[in-house]
Design a protein around this ligand. Structure first.
Ligand code: HSE
Length: 291
């Protein structure tokens, strides 16, 4: 049997919609695989009741099919489904890495990203590799049609999860279909600043680089309490705040010494708007790892 720890991830980082992603050092899914004549799936842990065990509908099952690697797959969910923290990507990434090792297929990490993305696409209808790339490669990733860039960045982060539900479909429906040249110039500037900040491990630059005025404001309308939480986090020292993936989780960047205060102020901000939330300090972490 092989067990893989596959991390939660945060996609977009504001200015890198459908392009940027980071692996988080917590939480994570644990994916265990054993050879079997046909694929079966068992899901336990956080929000397990919302995850299909039918291999045709589960991202890990679709990955097993794509790799022609039938197995009994056990997924212990540490990443809550529909949180904006790449829950289905964690399971897909964990399954890709575990099954590749179980059947000694020796795919490159980039090939495993493409296979895990197929799993995501078939099971969730959306083929974005911006969560599976960091879930497999770790660090900060830039996904494009023609390749993936990866940097092992070290930047303090805080994740806050409000107790509201945002469907990914709704979150994609509100994304504007066009942009002005002014918005484009601003977004490119922010994305470049963020990338330089990741290469320098500089929380001030990364925080500034989260800023964008196209996708995040449209999605913020779906996350009750978002504006209050952002303001509270900035007052507590956050260098930048944005929506994690399609939401509702919120991601803040700050200096290491400010993490606890930013975490508690994010919760206070949501609570001031009548929304319960939990938060925790985290950091950019490793990709899927065989235990
Ligand atoms: N980039 C995607 C989005 C991530 O924000 O919709 C969630 O699949």
């Amino acid at each position: 049997m092989i067990t893989v720890r596959a991390p939660a991830t945060s996609a977009n980082l504001g200015s890198g919609f459908d392009v940027f992603g980071v692996a988080l050092d917590r939480p994570a899914d644990l994916v265990s695989v054993e050879r079997a004549a046909e694929t079966t799936i068992e899901v336990t842990g956080m929000g397990a009741q919302y995850v299909p065990e039918d291999p045709a509908k589960n991202t890990a099952g679709v990955v097993a099919d794509a790799l022609d690697a039938p197995a009994h797959i056990r997924i212990d969910k540490g990443v809550r489904p529909s949180s904006g923290l790449g829950s289905s990507a964690s399971s897909a990434a964990g399954a890709a890495v575990a099954l590749d090792a179980l059947y000694d297929r020796q795919h490159t990490p980039e090939e495993l990203v493409r296979i895990a993305a197929e799993g995501e696409a078939a099971a969730s209808g959306d083929a974005h590799a911006d969560n599976v790339a960091p879930a497999i490669l770790g660090g900060f990733t830039v996904v494009r049609e023609d390749g993936i860039e990866q940097v092992d960045a070290d930047v303090p982060l805080v994740v806050c999860l409000p107790e509201i539900v945002v469907s990914t479909r709704d979150a994609r429906d509100v994304v504007p279909q066009s942009a002005s040249i002014e918005d484009l110039v601003e977004t490119v500037g922010a994305a470049a600043t963020l990338t330089v900040g990741m290469c320098r491990d500089d929380p001030a630059q990364v925080g500034r680089g989260l800023e964008e005025h196209l996708v995040t404001p449209a999605r913020a309308a779906l996350v009750d309490g978002y504006d209050a939480a952002c303001e509270a986090a900035r007052n507590a020292g956050a260098t930048g705040v944005t929506i994690s993936g399609a939401g509702p989780a919120v991601l803040a960047v700050c200096r290491a010494g400010d993490r606890r205060r930013v975490a508690s102020e994010l919760v206070e901000g949501f609570e001031s708007a009548g929304v319960d939330a939990t938060s925790y300090p985290t950091a950019i972490g490793d990709g899927a790892t065989i235990l």
